[in-house]
Design a protein around this ligand. Structure first.
Ligand SMILES: [Zn+2]
Length: 274
């Protein structure tokens, strides 16, 4: 089974815990982070979905071209990487429109910054559906300190616009929840990012195998800055620094180990097959 690999194309200063601490004048690292990511994907012959922050596409239009030329999918990750709980439907509508004016190919996928889609921000789904999007991949079907939708399905489904934990077959939009590992009544996030850096890689592999055995693809994500060992690191306090920077040097090795054992592709290929 083809699993799903997604890359969140954002700068090192976009994550929620870094944003408020970042200096006003910031070094840009997007070009080298993207190049490293593209090289790695090329070496393992994998197509991925790139969820792109709009302001990066605006400032560096060549990033979009490079991603498309290499056969990857272009999708949207918010214009300024603001979580949905700081936006509203009107603002998101404008953001989607602005991003659409920058891309040559039609964009059909969305990931909310900081996985901020939940039952309080579910208005966002109607906005992206109205804009012609076919899928969303923002739901972590568990609870973490920053995000999560407890009780949401763990496999791809069509989410009810009334309650994201329910499926509604009349809805056209697909949701691709991020990978969690279920055992003993727990749902442990395993989809990538901090979780890939923190947990032993064999545990992540076990979670992928379990999803595939249950008949659905595992959805994994990485930030392109996690694949760049020169990513600037700020002092964020013990917890936030741990979550943001723990084991960054190991990201590449672990991802390679996973790419060697499993097949991956982008989200649009899955949506087309439905
Ligand atoms: Zn992000």
């Amino acid at each position: 089974m083809d699993n799903i690999l997604s890359i969140d194309l954002e700068e090192w200063y976009h994550p929620e815990y870094v944003k408020s601490k970042a200096p006003r004048t910031k070094e840009e690292r997007i070009t080298e982070s993207l190049n490293k990511t593209l090289c790695l994907l090329n070496d393992y012959d994998v197509n991925a979905t790139f969820f792109i922050v709009g302001e990066i596409a605006e400032k560096h239009p060549e990033t979009l071209e490079k991603i498309s030329e290499n056969g990857h999918e272009i999708a949207f990750h918010g214009y300024h990487h603001e979580p949905l709980w700081r936006l509203n439907a009107e603002i998101l509508q404008l953001e989607v429109k602005k991003f659409g004016s920058l891309t040559k190919e039609r964009c059909i996928g969305f990931r909310a910054p900081s996985f901020s889609l939940n039952n309080k921000t579910k208005w966002a789904l109607k906005v992206i559906e109205d804009a012609g999007y076919k899928y969303d991949s923002s739901i972590f079907p568990t609870k973490t300190p920053l995000y999560g939708v407890w009780g949401a399905p763990t496999r791809p489904y069509r989410p009810s616009y009334e309650d994201l934990t329910k499926e509604d077959e009349n809805v056209k939009l697909w949701e691709f929840p991020l990978l969690v590992y279920q055992f003993a009544g727990l749902r442990v996030p395993m989809a990538g990012g901090f979780y890939l850096r923190f947990f032993p890689v064999n545990m992540v592999k076990r979670a992928i195998r379990k999803a595939n055995k249950d008949g659905f693809p595992a959805v994994l994500f990485l930030h392109c800055w996690e694949l760049n060992s020169d990513t600037p690191k700020l002092k964020l306090g013990p917890y936030k620094s741990f979550v943001t920077y723990h084991n960054l040097r190991e990201t590449k090795r672990k991802l390679i180990s996973i790419l060697s054992d499993f097949k991956f592709t982008d989200l649009r290929s899955h949506v087309e097959s439905f």
